[in-house]
Design a protein around this ligand. Structure first.
Ligand code: BTN
Length: 250
């Protein structure tokens, strides 16, 4: 994986700009600190080596150096805070669209895991602070194989296409799509939802998942206009804002 990101940074749309660190425990943590120190909207922090990457639900996220992009984007949305959770869907869509610009069709496992052909190629961790949102993205670019225990569920752009895409180009593609998608948080969020629905890998499937109130299961009917997952449980269709450990049963 190429580690020269200067050309990519030069092609970022305003206001996005790149800061590269040789090493970071977690780019989400480091960028949150920069945000608290006053960093402005659009700062992108990329780590060449991320030593304690975090996933959703407190999971560990591995980003093997040279094989996987680990970066975080600082946003200071002008929209009301109640709309910020929508950025999770915007980010998943931006990553899916960036991947598609390199060839493969991408699916979205609500809210924002990005899949190619049934396996996860990217994960996203969105964390809001006071006045800012950090969107952390881990994207498998150049990995040629994964450890046996995750080989069935993980993939990379290299595995799917046989091509070693320069990591900087992949990064730039994500930032360009994010620059577009972040603009549709409010009245035009329907544009985003339509694009997420067309890539939703859960629709029509029976799933099990965890909520704060306990385990649930049902058939996914789709995604509501506000971005919530719509699940049929017997005669009722319920909306879920949060659902973890979603498993496809059938
Ligand atoms: C998930 O699928 O569980 C989310 C994974 C998010 C990983 C990225 S890598 C860059 C950023 N820094 C972190 O510590 N996590 C995110």
């Amino acid at each position: 994986m190429s580690e020269d990101f200067s050309a990519a940074a030069a092609a970022f749309p305003a206001p996005f700009r790149l800061m590269v660190r040789e090493a970071s425990t977690s780019t989400n943590d480091d960028l949150r600190q920069l945000a608290e120190e006053g960093a402005k909207d659009g700062l992108v922090l990329l780590a060449l080596r991320q030593t304690a990457g975090r996933g959703r639900r407190g999971a560990v996220w591995f980003s093997p150096p040279g094989e996987s992009l680990a970066f975080s984007i600082l946003l200071r949305p002008a929209e009301p805070k109640a709309l910020w959770p929508r950025l999770a869907l915007c980010a998943g869509l931006a990553v899916a669209e960036a991947i598609e610009s390199f060839g493969p069709a991408a699916g979205i496992k609500w809210p924002n895991d990005v899949w190619i052909d049934g396996r996860k190629v990217a994960g996203i961790l969105v964390e809001a602070g006071s006045g800012h949102v950090v969107v952390g993205i881990g994207l498998n670019v150049g990995a040629r194989q994964f450890p046996a225990e995750i080989a069935d569920v993980a993939t990379s752009l290299r595995i799917e296409t046989g091509i070693d895409f320069p990591a900087g180009e992949v990064l730039c593609a994500v930032i360009r799509r994010m620059a577009v998608r972040r603009k549709h948080l409010d009245a035009s969020f329907g544009i985003t939802i339509d694009a997420v629905r067309s890539r939703c890998v859960l629709s029509g499937h029976e799933v099990s998942f965890l909520t704060a109130a306990g385990p649930r299961s049902g058939i996914v009917e789709g995604i509501a206009p506000g971005g919530e997952l719509l699940v049929r449980e017997g005669p009722d269709v319920r909306k879920f804002m949060q659902a973890d450990e979603i498993r496809i049963l059938a």
